[in-house]
Design a protein around this ligand. Structure first.
Ligand SMILES: C[S@@+](CC[C@H](N)C(=O)[O-])C[C@H]1O[C@@H](n2cnc3c(N)ncnc32)[C@H](O)[C@@H]1O
Length: 323
């Protein structure tokens, strides 16, 4: 399959696809990811388009285009000027061609990247309107709330397709809201009763079934497929750094015996020791003084393709036991 990744964060977009479709091998051409395996495309937050691969070559090869054609067609390209060049070639190759530019049944995409042409037939286009669930329009709002697009990607990084996601620092419930909309069971806990109230208001508003209650993340024990969470960053008082580091470390040490997968965010300058194996790391730039770091931690061997070599090496200050 061919995945056109959103340009906002290609690392994160790629990791999201690989975590969900469990592909062992992949190739990447700028923002185009090629890999085998399928997943529920509708879950993907950072993928714009999914295409069935037709060819990857330096020129357009001889192809039985009728094999891909249904009812009508249109040509799309990352270089708009190429669309007019390619359309007559496909037209001439088809037995009964009919062009339809909008809502075409056969949308053929041609990406020109360096010397390569990557061609595929569209099977899915993301139309998820994250704006409809913007934190500031939810009834339970605090400025700490995570945006739905990122929240969704974090859940996907866990690779969990079925079962329960626990967010032990759930705040207003942004991560769990997305997890629930993707058909997963959810449990949220937070030390602050105001947050629990806000999360409950949000779940009620979106008619979502959730178990939410007050608890300290360093003490609560919940059986789940994965933890996906966004603990506090300690930004409000810079001297809090030490406390924040302790909070992360105590939390991870506490959940290690009973949780296999943890996806979490922290400020990128925070180093935390953990027994978990670091299998993926991505930075998410927020503003000049805050870049969040996203970690996927696992107890067992990671199924993603060589993530440590590929993703950790460029950031030399991070090693397997520190995140
Ligand atoms: C960054 S916010 C989470 C925001 C959340 N992702 C959202 O979309 O609203 C961090 C949360 O951690 C909670 N928290 C801090 N220390 C905690 C602890 N020891 N146990 C559980 N929750 C804690 C705070 O009350 C806060 O709601």
């Amino acid at each position: 399959m061919i995945y056109e990744l959103s340009g906002d964060n290609i690392d994160l977009a790629k990791a999201e696809v690989l975590a969900l479709n469990k592909a062992k091998k992949y190739k990447i051409y700028k923002n185009i990811l090629i890999c085998k395996g399928k997943c529920d495309y509708t879950r993907l937050a950072y993928t714009n388009l999914v295409l069935e691969e037709i060819f990857i070559d330096t020129k357009i090869p001889n192809i039985n285009w009728d094999k891909y054609y249904k009812d009508n067609f249109c040509i799309r390209s990352n270089i708009t000027a190429k669309e007019r060049e390619i359309a007559p070639i496909i037209w001439n190759a088809l037995k009964h061609p009919k062009v339809q530019l909008n809502h075409s049944s056969t949308e053929l995409w041609f990406y020109f990247i360096d010397k390569d042409i990557i061609c595929g037939k569209k099977v899915y286009q993301r139309e998820e309107k994250f704006q409809k669930r913007r934190p500031d329009i939810r009834p339970g709002f605090f400025p700490i709330s995570l945006k739905p697009k990122l929240a969704r990607a974090l859940v996907n990084l866990s690779g969990v397709n079925k079962g329960t996601i626990w967010d032990p620092f759930c705040g207003t419930g942004g991560i769990l809201l997305e997890a629930s909309l993707m058909g997963l069971k959810i449990i949220g806990t937070d030390i602050d009763p105001l947050m629990i109230r806000a999360a409950k208001q949000n779940f009620e508003h979106y008619k979502i079934k959730a178990k939410v209650y007050k608890a300290d993340a360093r003490e609560e024990i919940i059986k789940c497929k994965a933890i996906v969470t966004d603990p506090p960053y300690g930004r409000r008082a810079s001297t809090n750094k030490v406390i924040i580091k302790k909070l992360y470390e105590e939390f991870l040490a506490h959940v290690y015996p009973f949780v296999d997968i943890v996806v979490l965010m922290s400020p990128n300058d925070l180093k935390i020791k953990t027994k978990y194996k670091l299998v993926h790391i991505t930075d998410d730039f927020v503003h000049g003084s805050l870049t969040r770091r996203i970690y996927v931690l696992k107890k067992k061997e990671n199924p993603m393709p060589n993530p440590q070599q590929e993703l950790i090496q460029p950031r030399k200050h991070v090693n397997h036991n520190q995140c």
